[in-house]
Design a protein around this ligand. Structure first.
Ligand code: F6P
Length: 325
């Protein structure tokens, strides 16, 4: 194999650059040329393609976001668009592709593999919602950002004797909320995967207030709003105010969670997964997605991952949130 491509797709995540670097460097070590494809799958169609050299990926390891740019590209669902993409890749001599992104990006990788371009999917998303891997690239950094923000919110909440509802990202997954809940010592955590007895939580918060507690942090996964468990962070804050005695505020952390320099954990994870993707491609293998399980790098059939494997949040950790409150 002489030349491969690399692209990032879907929502960006810290550590994507570390993955791009690992793919580029490890391919170059094997004498394989690497083409950067900019702005996700749409960059294939618009031919935003450039051959990378060793120095092009210098110093990107520590940068947040993705130097390749990212985009969601629903048009890629159309067979004629994918066929055109394959022709363009051929024209540029690109024989295989590493796709870094969420499971929407995996679907594109699966379809291109079926058309003869071997693709490998790398899990790049802060949501940690991809089947077949214990951790996705970006999750640890986003978690760190959330915890730093919640620690600050707790300081001011405590000064004013308030409860603060903090909405965190995660799309339909509660992983960020669970891990943030434990590491910030939250008094309550709401996740979309588990229905929670609201009256019980309100009662607990009232007890905390009556016992003289000066602050309460409630972590709300955004998925709870999408699936109707909670109307909004403000509505939940109002309920808490009415029932517990705490004055309340609501904070939506938003896109701050997607930025920033990746943690060492994310850099190492991205580097391991990127290098493994290249080793698969070099062996003529495609249609796989790569992950880490119990600290070992693994890979799976991408069709199997999309159709039969399901990401489940760590419910034991969720229970722990309430056990140590
Ligand atoms: O998938 C990453 C993510 O940040 C989700 O947590 C969130 O629901 C979504 O992307 C936000 O998307 P956008 O950046 O398009 O608003």
């Amino acid at each position: 194999i002489k030349r491969i491509g690399v692209l990032t797709s879907g929502g960006d995540a810290p550590g994507m650059n570390a993955a791009i670097r690992a793919v580029a460097r490890s391919a170059m070590k094997r004498g394989i040329e690497v083409c950067a494809i900019y702005n996700g799958y749409s960059g294939i169609l618009s031919e935003e393609i450039k051959v990378l050299n060793h120095n092009d990926v210098s110093s990107i390891l520590k940068q947040g976001g993705t130097v390749l740019g990212s985009a969601r590209f629903p048009e890629f669902k159309q067979p004629e668009v994918r066929q055109a993409a394959v022709e363009i890749l051929k024209k540029h001599g690109i024989e295989a592709l590493v796709v870094i992104g969420g499971d929407g990006s995996y679907m594109g990788a699966k379809l291109l593999t079926e058309l003869g371009v071997n693709c490998i999917g790398l899990p790049g998303t802060i949501d940690n919602d991809i089947a077949g891997t214990d951790f996705t690239i970006g999750f640890d950094t986003a978690l760190q950002t959330i915890v730093e923000a919640v620690d600050k919110i707790r300081d001011t909440s405590s000064s004013h004797r308030r409860a603060n509802v903090v909405e965190v990202m995660g799309r339909n997954a509660g992983d960020l909320a669970i891990w943030a809940g434990i590491s910030s010592g939250a008094e309550a955590v709401f996740i979309p995967e588990q229905d929670l007895s609201l009256p019980e939580v309100l009662e607990q918060l009232k007890k905390a207030y009556d016992s003289g507690k000066r602050h309460a942090i409630v972590i709300l996964a955004e998925g709870c709003i999408k699936n109707g468990l909670v109307e909004s962070p403000e509505a939940l804050a109002k309920l808490i105010e009415v029932h517990s005695g705490f004055e309340t505020r609501a904070t939506i952390l938003g896109h701050i969670q997607r930025g920033g320099s990746p943690t060492a954990f994310d850099r190492v994870l991205a580097s391991r997964l990127g290098a493994h993707a290249v080793s698969l491609i070099a062996a003529g293998i495609g249609g796989r997605c790569v992950g880490v399980q119990q600290n070992r790098v693994v890979d799976f059939d991408i069709v199997e991952a999309l159709e039969t494997m399901k990401h489940v949040p760590a419910l034991d950790l969720y229970n722990l949130c309430y056990e140590i409150v």
